[in-house]
Design a protein around this ligand. Structure first.
Ligand SMILES: C[C@H]1O[C@@H](n2cnc3c(O)ncnc32)[C@H](O)[C@@H]1O
Ligand code: ZN
Length: 441
């Protein structure tokens, strides 16, 4: 890579990436000033398509579409390593929720800045977030230059007064995000799960999402206990309950989906639901079963990929998550051919873009220029028999050196603007959060 052009992160002109490997071919990629891919052609074939403002030598790089993290709680970066090696319900009730009770908006701002830094560094250009103080998460994401979908974590615990508070928080967030009129920031509704949100709350979320023409982001069938308890309380499995409440739509992202049975998968396919596979979190929390990818694919559901939060992963490296997904599916379902490399990358890019409604998630003419350059000089990318194999099975986010989102550089030759201040601010916020919780206990 040539020396960094001093204002490359501010430039809003057109960009030409030359001689880069895409799908096994060496091509030039022309990006216009609107941040759209306008031409992809044989090497030296597209130079006169645009007035080149920035030229990037891609001869030592493999280009892939931006990775799309369809399930995370971004600001949980502040909780990385705070509580590990516990069962999900104990983890939530004894450690995570007591600490989150002391969260502030500033914490979520710094936690989300750190999350965006980590996601950019590992090739993620869009993420789907469900947390608290989400106006501050959106502020941080806008500053970092990538795409975010934001849902307030709606939890009413069956209490009407709490439900009213959650409704107001959701309406305020959606109004705020829509008012920004920022093409990189979108809103969603975030009913946490069937064991924390009443049917009345679920029905409100579904109706409000329909009325506002926004998505739904929800945890579904993560554990066997969730399913058993749901059947005991409501006489139906979580997908059927969610369907009765109107929550299963083509704009729904259902996270985890571990304990879906074949009929649940068929229902997801019929409703066009997006199922976010979260392999690292599922294995770390030992939820006991892998998402039935094969059934979801068979019945036409859109499968995408997510990391969950940093307290149950514990990073946001979607290239690592691609490998976990490809290996876990093969092992769990005893199939050496299930979720092959190219398909796993497609789930993490085009699958996620479809789930969040942010373009094609492909490197094609007319697509947003969300582009990740992977360094071919890294050991994990050598030899280069098969780029998809190296990307899915050998490399992790550390092999990424340059990232564009909407044609704008968010990382160039491993430089992300403001990195030192972000690390300092997030570390200080995390320490202060834990101190507040300890003082209060
Ligand atoms: C938004 C809330 O969701 C909590 N959370 C984080 N990870 C998980 C998970 O794997 N299952 C259920 N809930 C989760 C997060 O701590 C917030 O409280
Ligand atoms: Zn989650």
């Amino acid at each position: 890579m040539k020396e960094i052009i001093d204002d490359i992160f501010e430039r809003e002109g057109s960009t030409l990436i030359t001689d880069v490997l895409v799908g096994g071919k060496r091509v030039d990629i022309a990006i216009d000033e609107t941040g759209t891919i306008v031409e992809i052609g044989e090497k030296n074939g597209v130079r006169d398509v645009i007035d080149i403002d920035i030229a990037v030598d891609g001869s030592e790089s493999i280009a892939i579409p931006g990775l799309v993290n369809t399930h995370t709680h971004a600001a949980m970066t502040l909780l990385r390593g705070y509580a590990d090696d516990m069962p999900l319900q104990d983890w939530l009730t004894q450690k995570i929720w007591p600490l989150e009770a002391h969260l502030t908006g500033d914490d979520v701002y710094w936690g989300t800045k750190l999350a965006c830094l980590e996601m950019i560094r590992s090739g993620t250009t869009a993420f789907n977030d469900m947390y608290f103080f989400m106006e501050r998460a959106a502020e941080a994401t806008d500053e970092m230059g990538i795409r975010g979908t934001f849902a307030h974590g709606f939890i009413d615990l069956g209490m009407e007064e709490k439900r009213e508070t959650e409704i107001k928080a959701t309406e305020t967030l959606v109004s705020h995000i829509k008012g920004q009129k920022n093409p990189r920031l979108t809103a969603a509704v975030g009913p946490h799960a069937v064991y924390t949100v009443s049917p009345e709350g679920l029905r409100w979320c579904a109706e409000y999402a329909r009325e506002q023409e926004i998505g739904i982001h929800i945890h579904v069938s993560e554990t066997e206990k969730e399913v058993v308890d749901c059947v005991a309380q409501f006489g139906k499995r979580p997908p059927a309950l969610l369907d009765d409440c109107g929550c299963l739509t083509p704009r729904t992202v259902a996270a985890h989906c571990c304990w879906l049975d074949e009929a649940d998968c068929r229902l997801f396919g019929e409703r066009g639901v997006n199922a976010s596979h979260n392999p690292a979190s599922n294995m770390k929390l030992a939820v006991g079963r892998a998402m039935p990818y094969h059934h979801l694919r068979e019945y036409g559901a859109n499968v995408c990929l997510g990391t969950d939060g940093c307290a149950s992963n514990n990073n946001l490296d979607m290239l690592e998550e691609v490998k976990f997904a490809a290996l876990l599916q093969k092992f769990a379902w005893n199939s050496q051919t299930l979720l092959p490399a190219e398909e796993a990358i497609r789930v993490a890019t085009a699958g996620g873009a479809r789930a969040l409604g942010i373009g094609s998630g492909t490197l094609t003419v007319g697509a947003p220029a969300d582009i990740v350059l992977v360094d071919r000089r890294k050991a994990c990318a050598t030899p280069l028999h098969n780029a998809d194999s190296n990307i899915a099975y050998a490399c992790n986010g550390g092999a990424v050196h340059t990232v564009l989102c909407g044609g704008r550089f968010v990382m160039y030759d491993r430089v992300v603007p403001g990195e030192a201040a972000i690390l300092k601010g997030a570390a200080e916020a995390a320490a202060a959060l834990v101190c507040r919780a300890q003082d209060a206990s």
